[in-house]
Design a protein around this ligand. Structure first.
Ligand SMILES: [Zn+2]
Length: 671
């Protein structure tokens, strides 16, 4: 899931709102009152944003100077309402900044995001509000309310609210600076589309015919292959030319370089200073304090554990790939990183009978969308119907999620690439769901091929993964307080990663995996895919550990000690068998270094939990609606209303164990 830059801080800080007298719950700006049509020009967006922000400031001031004895109803509720209203605006701005087709609207949206984030920073550092919340007697309130208040007070403390005024002023400046620098970091990646120029169609030998046909030579007879995903990933997998793959990877891994060098330096320095001011040794310590892991040391030992589990599988896979490479290149001394995907694909085809080119003919966007919507409806007993509403682009589809007569959430699907659009795949939150106040709203922003064009199996997995975030957002968005919707960040990926398993279920995918002639993906081919599935898991996990180590290592020490290229190369050597790619500066386009900062490890942590949770479905059957509904109620719907460890334990009927994942990484399980 993508958490908007500064909202990442806010999600946790979630607690602010206001009235100068005992007030009924009220949302100054409801999501459904913000019409997209009112925001479709830069000017309209700016006017609206500034007017709303001014209203929020008034309420904030009223809360700061509120004279009475604060209670849940007269103080905490208005505080949360203000938070929700401001979050509606900042989430919408952040989303439009990533997807709007007009560049000036995107720029205005980014400005709006900064403006509202500044308000959140000020609220998070407000001593009067912190003191008022501290004085609230919540002992008579329900459990969720007590937990919400507890979380709010913790977030205030993590943010440095108890420091002196000079320190808080500096924290305020740094927070603002971090929002701005983070946006610049993301923008540099998003806007930097680069091209590999090829002289002849021969350079594309090995690629599927439809791929080549869709990329004809230009007037000068040159073929341009962009760094956008639908262009690059098939090329890495299929292009026969070693040179072409190498050059493309060098271009791909140099996106946003050198622009992001100074930007990243400033970002990690500002975060380091902020963490120290708030009383932490470094930013990694601050950002893990409210996670399941709890500390950078625990994260580091987790990464080392996973390195141990994958030791034998990585080496075994590497030897298989190297041996296969030598059949084509007898002189090869080692496998290079640009050969990885290509050779792995060959091994899958030759040794496991999985021809990924053939497989992709059975998948396309339209059918996958329908299949995924059907799966979710069947499993969780919900209905998905079109939602009549404005969107920001004609490609965007909108839907409502219903449970019987009741609408329980709304979402957008913006699924194909276009210029200036966020280039990865993610769920963008548009609005928190607050029970009896507003419905949860989210958007999937992806870059898949269109319509009935062939699609890679991995892209279908990504689609379902992102859809997992979406339904989590929908099911969780029915609590009374905004800060108990989202669970700990290192749990957030678990439901999505678990849902991916259904793409490995023949009953599920045979419904929609059909080629142009309407023939279903043959069972035999599917069985081969399953057999080949974990081939590459050892090396793939090591690649993830290298990213996690890069992310942690940029934030768990004094930035003055860090050389980006050296650190990235060091992590590649620590965790993978690949030599770092010559002349590449891959950290410059590693977008998570902003949004996730030190905590890229969360993917692996969540994966360990997802693997454990999935054992319940393995026991009961993947299409067992009763298990799915129990999971919906005990895990998804709980959101962040209790520590994740507690509700997962409740679902499993025993404590969480990482052993199932460890065994899978060791190659000792059937799946
Ligand atoms: Zn995810």
């Amino acid at each position: 899931m993508r958490i908007p830059v500064a909202l990442a801080v806010v999600l946790a800080l979630a607690a602010c709102g206001g009235a100068d007298e005992p007030a009924a719950p009220e949302l100054p700006v409801r999501y459904d009152a913000v019409a997209l049509a009112d925001l479709d020009s830069a000017e309209k967006l700016t006017v609206r944003c500034e007017a709303d922000e001014a209203k929020f400031r008034e309420r904030f001031a009223a809360l700061e100077s509120w004279p009475g004895a604060p209670t849940i109803d007269n103080y905490y509720r208005p505080l949360d309402s203000l938070t929700v209203s401001a979050a509606n605006l900042v989430m919408l701005a952040s989303s439009l900044g990533g997807v709007h087709p007009a560049g000036d609207v995107r720029a205005a949206a980014e400005q709006c995001e900064l403006l509202v984030n500044k308000l959140f920073t000020d609220m998070g550092l407000s001593r009067p509000i912190f003191e008022a919340v501290s004085r609230i007697d919540a002992s008579g309130a329900d459990e969720e309310t007590r937990y919400s208040v507890e979380k709010t007070l913790l977030q205030f403390r993590l943010g440095g609210v108890d420091k002196d005024e000079t320190t808080r002023e500096r924290i305020r400046e740094l927070s603002e600076k971090i929002s701005e620098i983070g946006q610049e970091f993301d923008r540099n990646i998003r806007d930097d589309v680069r091209y590999l120029e090829l002289d002849s169609v021969d350079d594309l030998a090995g690629l599927p015919d439809d791929y080549i046909a869709a990329r004809p030579p230009n007037e000068d007879g040159r073929i341009l292959i962009s760094t956008q995903y639908p262009d690059v990933f098939p090329l890495f997998e299929y292009a026969e030319s070693d040179e072409v793959r190498k050059e493309m990877l060098q271009i791909f891994r140099n996106r946003a370089y050198p622009q992001n060098e100074e930007v990243l330096r400033n970002l990690i320095e500002a975060r380091f200073e902020l963490a120290q001011l708030a009383g932490f040794a470094n930013y990694a310590e601050l950002v893990t304090a409210d996670k399941m892991s709890g500390s950078p040391e625990r994260v580091d030992s987790f990464l080392k554990d996973l390195k141990g589990y994958t030791a034998e599988t990585q080496d075994a896979e590497y030897e298989v790939l190297l041996a296969r490479l030598r059949e084509d290149m007898p002189e090869a001394e080692r496998l290079e990183v640009w050969q990885n995907s290509y050779i792995r694909s060959k091994v899958r085809r030759e040794q496991y009978n999985v021809d990924t080119k053939l497989v992709r003919e059975y998948f396309n966007y339209d059918a996958s969308r329908d299949g995924i919507l059907t799966l979710v409806q069947d499993l969780f007993r919900v209905q998905i119907v079109p939602w009549e509403t404005d969107t920001w682009h004609e490609d965007v589809e909108a839907f409502e999620l219903r449970d019987g007569d009741e609408v329980i959430g709304r979402f957008y699907l913006d699924m194909h690439p276009r210029e200036g659009k966020f280039g990865h795949a993610a769920m963008f939150p548009f609005a928190w769901g607050i029970e009896d106040e507003q419905l949860p709203v989210a958007g999937l922003i992806c870059n898949f091929p269109r319509g009935t064009e062939p699609m890679q199996h991995g892209q279908v997995v990504t689609f379902l993964h992102e859809f997992g975030h979406l339904i989590h957002w929908m099911f969780a968005g029915h609590h009374g307080w905004s800060n108990i919707i989202t669970p700990e960040w290192d749990f957030i990926e678990a439901p999505s990663q678990m849902l991916e398993e259904w793409i490995w279920d023949y009953d599920t995918i045979s419904v929609f995996a059909k080629n142009a002639d309407g023939e279903v993906l043959p069972r035999e081919l599917f069985d081969s895919m399953v057999a080949a599935r974990d081939f590459g898991l050892g090396m793939g996990t090591r690649g993830q550990l290298a990213y996690a180590g890069t992310s942690l290592g940029l934030y768990d020490r004094d930035p003055a000690e860090i050389d980006f290229d050296e650190h990235t190369a060091d992590m590649a050597r620590t965790y993978t068998r690949f030599e770092p790619l010559d002349g590449a500066h891959s950290w410059a386009s590693f977008g998570h270094l902003n949004g996730y900062s030190a905590i890229y490890y969360t993917y692996q942590w969540s994966k360990a939990i997802a693997t454990d949770m999935f054992t319940r479905f393995e026991e009961s059957g993947l299409r067992n609606v009763e298990t799915a509904m129990t999971y919906r109620q005990k895990v998804l719907a709980r959101g962040g209303s209790r520590p994740a460890e507690e509700f997962v334990t409740d679902f499993l009927g025993r404590p969480i164990s990482f052993e199932t994942y460890a065994n899978r990484l060791r190659g000792r399980s059937s799946q």
